[in-house]
Design a protein around this ligand. Structure first.
Ligand code: SD4
Length: 345
């Protein structure tokens, strides 16, 4: 896959100030991210932001569409397809870690500027869950299809049946099976324990774009929590939880322990907080704070993060744990931002 820029140049780092902005091999301190002040508005439109390190490659693909004046909806779909095809990541699409029965099941949703949305949950055998979600949105009167119904629908729409479990993910699952410890602890970026059998048990791509016409769209896709119960659905395919877009206000996506995001209707909450006047960073922070306050004992060990993009092209993010990265791409540059210590505690 051709990349606009080399991921290796985006050496991860965190700063005491709160976050490091990494531009090629140059590191700039971004203290505004720690203090909760507004991130610098993007200079001109369009812009795309997405979760985690793999957001850099996803943004690059989305950017090809945005820079040519294309639609945000197309940009987020094409961006989300990149990690879905990337076999080196084990948390999205093909190559994702399976559930505890050894079955890879995908969750995804997409939402456009008109409030149209589509979603699939527990999808098996199809690589590009995000594109199936878009077909649900465009070619059915429904919002969500699950399990075998979603698979049948995808096949009827011409999607190819594929084996999603790669030898690498199968090996990790077999290692996990030895102890079969069901401990859905989602984190690994800050040294807290992760799922036995693999070093990384999560990472959803949430990708949000604002196009040249001033329209917002978003997409979210994942293989979900590793070794989950078969049939478990996380936040990622649930409109309002894993993703929400309101073209008058902004777009938001979530990552981390889906159960906590569903309980707080997280992405919808962040959009509503922006509607009340909070900037993207502070809206994400407030939503994270509410999750943490409800379960202080739990939030020591789990990760939940949000990214947000408002109608003006301003963006922000916040997460419970250190080390949450998100990628930003606009006319000026592409960068990976890494969140440092939570400023809430
Ligand atoms: C889930 N939210 O299935 C997803 C997993 C994830 O970062 O995002 N991890 O709960």
């Amino acid at each position: 896959m051709k990349k606009l820029f080399n991921r290796r140049r985006f050496l991860k780092a965190t700063s005491l100030a709160g976050a490091s902005v990494l531009l090629g091999d140059k590191e700039l301190k971004a203290s505004s991210l720690a203090t909760g002040q507004e991130t610098e508005p993007a200079q001109g439109k369009p812009i795309v932001i997405s979760t985690w390190d793999f957001g850099v490659a996803a943004n690059a693909e989305a950017w090809k569409i945005l820079k040519a004046g294309g639609r945000a909806l197309d940009a987020v779909e094409m961006g989300a397809r990149v990690p879905e095809s990337d076999l080196s990541n084990q948390s999205v699409g093909k190559g994702g870690l399976p559930d505890r029965d050894g079955i890879v099941t995908l969750d995804a949703c997409i939402m456009d500027e008109k409030g149209n949305c589509g979603s699939v949950a527990g999808l098996e055998d199809i690589e590009h869950a995000i594109s199936v979600a878009r077909k649900v949105m465009e070619n059915t009167p429904h919002v969500m299809l699950v399990g075998d119904g979603a698979r049948q629908f995808a096949l009827s729409q011409g999607f190819k049946k594929e084996k999603l479990l790669t030898p690498k993910s199968e090996a990790a699952w077999k290692k996990w099976l030895i102890k079969s410890e069901y401990k859905p602890v989602i984190n690994s970026e800050n040294g807290l324990p992760s799922m036995p059998g693999d070093s990384k048990n999560h990472d959803t791509i949430g990708i949000l774009a604002l196009d040249a016409a001033g329209n917002l769209s978003g997409a979210c896709t994942t293989s979900g929590m590793a070794y989950k119960l078969h049939g478990r659905v996380g936040d990622s395919p649930i409109i309002g939880a894993g993703l929400y877009v309101d073209n008058e206000v902004g777009a938001v996506a979530a990552t981390g322990v889906g159960e906590e995001v569903v309980r707080s209707v997280g992405s919808f909450l962040v959009v509503e907080l922006m509607r009340q006047g909070l900037n993207p960073e502070n809206a994400c922070r407030e939503a994270v704070k509410r999750i943490m306050e409800k379960k202080p004992e739990l939030t020591k060990n789990i990760q939940v993060g949000f990214i947000a993009l408002n109608k003006k092209g301003e963006y922000g993010a916040f997460a419970i744990q250190t080390g949450f990265s998100f990628a930003v791409c606009d006319n000026n540059d592409q960068k990976l931002l890494v969140k440092s210590k939570s400023a809430i505690r």
